[in-house]
Unconditional design. Structure first.
Length: 610
């Protein structure tokens, strides 16, 4: 007697549960040891913990042994070197508990929870974020490339080999993703995807574009082949809907399934949101995880899509107001560059503008100021100018973060590039600083405007000998701030830009360069250069200071601005990125995005007084 389909299915062998590649005891222990060392170093930097030196006044020139008491009366001991900005560099192989090697950051959190002043709810989430970060780290270790192999990769491909934020300990927590989701959508999965699109009624969606893309059709003509546009219109017409009354945008498949389908169900049922097929282009997720580079058509825009997962400090959505304002902000910032011969011609700075956006309002959440901010960043898209067409022949681009990468053999990516350049290490570093700093300083001093030039947003453009030659910058709307002190250069700023951009007093505006570049990147790069290039940390920062002074000498007419936006003060405020999660916001919902905590001050190695 034939078996019914149901009984046949029930006799099928069960599928083997998904297990991330590289999840073995060896890779786990190596990744755990590195992450524990990072945790001890960054928690000590932010004064969440206060390790005690085994001997008085340890020398910063060589590692010393420190002891940290645990809640149960036991202690950890480790060797660490102190560095600029009060930083700590902990040796993973030196960490001991009870005289035996210790490599378990999860056990450390549990054994030090009272000393860390972490409540039970926060601790539970911390352990989850820490575990998922470690799983991703083991995946990165599995089949990791050498520094030499990484140096041959293109900009988009290199992104998938990076290890994440160097300062934030739980940098790949991605709360909301399952293990399978991470394997499919994380940058380290290196898996291109074809994104589906949707059509949204103009009663819910709004389009904005720079002047050359002022109409949606201007954008779609560049981004979508004619047969694709025809097929999209046919889907709408088949349902009796007018294609001219809809806007098109790609969506992240995870966001559609997990967030949009449930929360926009009424609009989908009524035909205000209509699913469409993919456009056929393969796109690769970048380090920001919600940003995709087009692999098949490098002349087409990078797309930034909301992704309702909690990673690092915030939910990774797209704020409605900022998405709407993105093209206007781009036009204003690029206008400053285009009218300034120094920025335009001498620096050749590349500004990857956010040139078009579609914002979709949620009928309820966007009108409820008291609800958690994650519910006001659900649906939209930003189109950013692609990098590759803006490079000259022979130029190669790499994010600033890549310079911090160290391969499994212990060789740094920076050391590989310096070797390939044929330059002396100090000369190569001078070229790096002369590529990075002048445009950032000029925007600050001349226009009272700062970017957050952290490792992901700042892109170093190298020549065909791997020598840094200029800077590219992205993520304007999220990371551009202006001086709260009025400046004549702000008179040309449109009202919608002024309303959108965050403002800070001059004394704090400099923090975006300090925390984004000097503390967030150079604090880690300097000891690497000392270890692998033979450039002492003090010399590293003297080269940085020399570049700042060289720029100031180039523009003596801006002397008052150098004093207003003073980067050379003896001390700077200590911004803390890990304290926010442990002590301030934890995992609670709030109506506004959180900001980095401030805790005390640290000595500024760029100050003449230091």
């Amino acid at each position: 007697m034939p078996k019914s389909p149901a009984s046949h299915d029930s006799e099928q062998p069960p599928a083997i549960p998904f297990t991330p590649p590289g999840l073995t005891s060896g890779t786990w222990n190596r990744a755990a040891g590195r992450l524990l060392a990072k945790m001890l170093g960054e928690f000590a930097y932010e004064e969440i913990i206060e390790p005690v030196p085994d001997h008085a006044a340890p020398s910063s020139a060589s590692p010393a042994r420190y002891t940290l008491a645990l809640d149960d009366g036991g202690s950890l001991s480790f060797r660490a070197r102190r560095g600029a900005y009060g930083s700590w560099r902990v040796d993973p192989d030196s960490i001991e508990h009870g005289g035996r090697p210790f490599t378990d950051p999860l056990a450390f959190l549990v054994r030090a929870r009272d000393r860390l002043a972490v409540d039970g709810a926060t601790l539970g989430h911390l352990l989850r974020e820490l575990t998922t970060t470690l799983v991703s780290d083991t995946g990165l270790d599995h089949g990791a490339l050498t520094a030499a192999e990484l140096a041959d990769l293109g900009y988009a491909e290199l992104e998938g080999h990076q290890t994440g934020h160097p300062w934030i300990v739980l940098n790949k927590g991605r709360i909301g993703f399952s293990a399978t989701d991470s394997a499919r959508w994380s940058p380290e999965s290196r898996r291109p995807a074809q994104l589906p699109w949707i059509a949204v009624s103009s009663t819910l969606a709004a389009y904005r574009g720079v002047s050359r893309l002022s109409h949606p059709e201007d954008l779609y003509a560049r981004e979508l082949d004619a047969p694709v546009r025809t097929s999209f219109a046919a889907v709408l017409s088949a349902r009796g809907l007018d294609p001219d009354a809809y806007l098109y945008l790609p969506v992240h498949p995870w966001q559609w399934d997990e967030v949009l389908l449930p929360l926009f169900a009424p609009a989908i049922a009524q035909g205000a949101i209509v699913p469409l097929p993919t456009d056929g282009d393969r796109r690769l997720p970048q380090q920001s995880i919600r940003t995709f580079v087009n692999l098949d058509r490098t002349d087409r825009h990078t797309v930034k899509l909301p992704l309702s997962i909690l990673n690092t400090l915030v939910w990774r959505g797209l704020p409605t107001e900022r998405t709407l304002a993105a093209p206007a902000v781009t036009s204003w910032v690029c206008g400053l560059r285009d009218a300034d011969p120094f920025l335009r011609d001498e620096c050749g700075v590349i500004l990857l503008g956010e040139v078009a956006s579609v914002t979709v309002e949620h009928p309820l959440y966007d009108h409820l100021p008291e609800v958690p901010y994650q519910y006001k960043e659900l649906l939209g898209a930003i189109w950013r100018e692609p990098l590759q067409p803006r490079l000259a022949p022979g130029e190669r681009a790499r994010t600033l973060a890549s310079l911090l990468h160290v391969d499994r053999e212990g060789r740094s990516f920076t050391a590989e590039l310096v070797s390939r350049s044929g330059l002396a290490p100090t000369v190569w570093l001078q070229r790096l600083f002369s590529a990075l700093l002048p445009p950032l300083l000029h925007f600050l001093y001349r226009y009272g405007t700062v970017f957050s030039p952290h490792g992901e947003n700042a892109i170093v453009v190298h020549d065909d000998h791997d020598v840094p030659v200029r800077l590219a910058i992205k993520d304007f709307v999220d990371d551009v701030n202006i001086s709260a002190q009025p400046l004549p250069e702000h008179d040309s700023m449109p009202d919608d830009v002024r309303k959108t951009l965050l403002t800070e007093e001059p004394a704090f505006l400099t923090q975006f360069i300090h925390s984004g570049l000097f503390v967030g990147v150079f604090r880690f790069l300097a000891p690497l250069c000392e270890e692998q290039l033979g450039v002492p940390e003090a010399q590293f920062f003297s080269l940085v200071r020399a570049e700042i002074l060289r720029h100031q000498a180039r523009f003596p007419q801006l002397k008052e601005r150098f004093e207003t936006f003073d980067l050379l003060t003896p001390d700077i405020e200590r911004l803390c990125l890990n304290r926010n999660r442990l002590h301030l916001d934890g995992y609670r919902d709030r109506p506004d995005r959180p900001h980095a905590a401030v805790h005390g001050t640290v000595p500024n190695p760029l100050s003449p007084a230091r």
